[in-house]
Design a protein around this ligand. Sequence first.
Ligand code: MN
Length: 249
Amino acid sequence: MPLILITNDDGYFSEGIKALREALSSLGRVVVVAPDRNLSGVGHSLTFTMPLRLRKVEEDFYAVVDGTPADCIHLGYHVILEGEKPDLVCAGINEGPNLGEDITYSGTVSGAMEGRILGIPSIAFSAFGRGDIMFNEVAKSCKRVVEKVLDQGMPEDTYLNVNVPNLSHGEVKGIRLTRQGKREYREKVFRYIAPYGESLYWIAAEEFGWSPEEGTDYWAVLNGYISVTPLQLDLTNYRAIREIKFIEE
Ligand code: MN
């Protein structure tokens, strides 16, 4: 029976993680370890500077007080599973997409990245929508991807960034392998004045906007397909090694 470790960055109480847990529970033992609050945008941070506390919510379901998604996978593997290697790490289902350069901020994608660093095949799941996300339908699509990966495996150094359109499972057109797209909107910074006069700033992504180039993650979800982008831990730009050879001496 496969062992699946799940985290997210929206918090253990989120609808997306409950839907994913439920959908995958028919495939094997599912252990959930998630942050005790919404940490969207926390990226791949790991907590070195203070201790962490684990809270048991119910059987095989834990919250980490002050823990990031990467912390959760770390504690899930080393503490809760006592080093027993899961067959798969899943992160999500995130409320909102993780497309283009946004994946570098994403706690969801970072949860999967941490799984891969620990040597475990890993998948990040995000729903392409804002508000009114049909998590139970989206979870069916996630389950379909998980079934394939459990069956066929995935290459070394690979983890998957999966974005699912906010459609009923029957309306989804299929699954497409995609490349990471490019963002076309700028965050806007709002300025407020505090009661005692200090300026305060709030960074906000106002609306979705990515280049709709064919073959990208955004193009796929925009057109009703599940987007599967294979990512790797090795961030080396191999083409640049040739092009900036002049640096060596
Ligand atoms: Mn999130």
